[in-house]
Design a protein around this ligand. Structure first.
Ligand SMILES: Nc1nonc1C(=O)NCc1ccc(Cl)cc1
Length: 250
């Protein structure tokens, strides 16, 4: 998978994209992440990327020309003629909210191009001509699209075959199916008088699976009940949910 990032702060990506799982995935050739400094595509001698907004108002707006020239170079395409296996994503609070389903969808796309804006926005003609999808990582305003791009890259790259080492990624699929994760424990079994749930030390794998699923249902009910709304419960889950509600004192 190839990911190109257009930003005026390419150095922001050095740490997070070259460390641990994401860094190793690049090393293994599973993904290539390349940043492009938008300033390198400006056509003015002061390398300006922004100007005042038409219609007035506070702040500055990023100009279209550097993005158009950068995209035409990177995609080797004329304005608006993009290869079908490429998706151009704009990071913005105005976008659709990113979630795990979107992460899975993006992980199937051979080439992603991510546009990171700063200031008050990017000239809308960039969106009109180049952008396939606008994505937000949540309803809050950051100082730019860079951190949002890194969040999405992290969530997408970890899903690529071989990125995590297959056993754990496979498990993540089966357990998460729309529920919050169950609590995790590790050695020592006693720590400052705090115990580990005995079932986890029992070696009874069916009981352990049952306990974990019930804990996921409990947590989801308590923290994100809306995730349970659109869920159709099979018989076992209904029994577990009833037990979970009892244990929660409902
Ligand atoms: N929330 C979010 N999810 O994705 N991006 C954000 C966000 O706040 N971006 C800030 C920002 C600022 C200026 C410009 Cl031009 C574009 C994006």
């Amino acid at each position: 998978m190839k990911i190109d990032v257009l930003t005026i702060f390419p150095d922001m990506f050095k740490g997070p994209m070259e460390t641990s799982i994401i860094g190793r995935a690049q090393g293994k050739g599973i993904v290539s992440i390349q940043t492009h400094d938008v300033r390198d595509y400006t056509d003015n001698k002061h390398r300006r990327v922004d100007d005042t907004p038409f219609g007035g108002g506070a702040g500055m707006v990023m100009m279209a020309q550097p993005f158009f020239d950068a995209l035409e170079k990177i995609l080797d395409a004329k304005a608006g003629e993009k290869a079908p296996d490429t998706r151009v994503v704009l990071l913005t609070p105005q976008g659709k909210t990113f979630d795990q389903a979107k992460a899975r969808e993006l992980s199937q796309i051979p080439r992603l191009v991510m546009l990171c804006g700063r200031y008050e926005g990017i000239d809308d003609r960039v969106r009109q001509v180049w952008v396939d999808e606008e994505l937000s990582i949540g309803d809050y305003v950051l100082t730019g699209g860079e951190l949002a791009a890194m969040v999405i890259i992290d969530a997408v790259v970890r899903l690529l075959p071989g990125a995590l080492g297959d056993e754990s990624s496979a498990e993540e699929e089966s357990f998460s199916d729309g529920l919050l994760e169950y609590p995790q424990f590790t050695k020592p079994a006693q720590f400052r008088g705090l115990e580990v749930p005995p079932v986890l030390l029992s070696g009874h794998h069916a009981s352990i699976r049952r306990w974990r699923r019930k804990e996921s249902l409990k947590r989801t009910y308590q923290v994100r009940p809306e995730l349970l709304k659109e869920r159709n419960f099979d018989f076992d889950d209904q029994v577990l949910m009833a037990e979970a509600l009892q244990e929660l004192g409902h």
